[in-house]
Design a protein around this ligand. Sequence first.
Ligand SMILES: [Zn+2]
Length: 333
Amino acid sequence: MIEPLFVGLDVGGTTMKAGVVDDSGHSLACVNLPTEAYRGQEIGLERMCESIRQAIAAANLRPDQIAAIGVATPGTMDIPAGVILDPPNLKPWQNVPVRDHVQQVFGLPTAFQNDANAAALGEYWVGAGKDARSMVLFTLGTGVGGAIILGDTIVQGEHSHGAELGHIKIEMSQPRQCGCGRWGCLEAYASATAVVKRALEAMDVPGVRSQLSLCLNKEGGLSARDVFDAAAEDVVAAKLVEDTAYYLAVGAINLMHTIDPDTVVFAGGMVAAGDEFLERIRYHIHRLAFPVPAEKTRVCYAWLGSDAGFIGAAGCGRQLHRQLQSAASDSRR
Ligand SMILES: [Zn+2]
């Protein structure tokens, strides 16, 4: 029997990445195309199909050699309906029937999933969660995304809003406002945007001297990277990094005390902060969690970088392919 092959497509705010992935999760080829959401959703849908075509061609294959496709997009979405509703990162798209469109164009079974969920499935399949049976993933970037996988199943929730881990509450007495408009969310404390905001506030206190003000003066702005880079020599930056590790640990233990996963994975741009930062997250988790999960839960960085999304999207296609196969063999019986 020929090994089935899958295409995964990860649609992001700036680029979309598509790749062909085999049944063991190895990537055979992948391509990047600019998303250019501002050009509208018709062009967006066309470009998604084009990136799938290019990925298949880059692997020297024909579409009829592909068993299934998986497409991952940012939310908000209706996952069972296969529709993106009103995605903040893909403005002005609204109510885009992604799954049915791709399915019609290629005539192949097509799965649809939230991008953080797909990235988590990628890590679970062939990355940091490879040997895990249950996994929680936090993606740290402009915002904070999240995903939960329990025994091969993505916890997407009854209304496609499961595992919105950036918006679990970590502070309610004097809460910061989140990008979502609500208060006290993890994202309002631990995203790259929040790190910068907290840094600007810390520097605004009279009498505070920090080398971060040099970054600010030189470049006219500040990034989370600047804060992490300065932490080794600057007390203000070091405190900001330490607090960030603490906030992430609070988020992680809430999940550990809810589902008790065997692995907690941190992914996204902030992974560049390196092992020392991960050690500080582990330290606070250890301090805050119940002793057994504190001892036994594996806490690590993601492995697959920006490939996790398309590999995981292909993994969603693979799960769909397997469901269809087992349904077909059931009906033959
Ligand atoms: Zn929020």
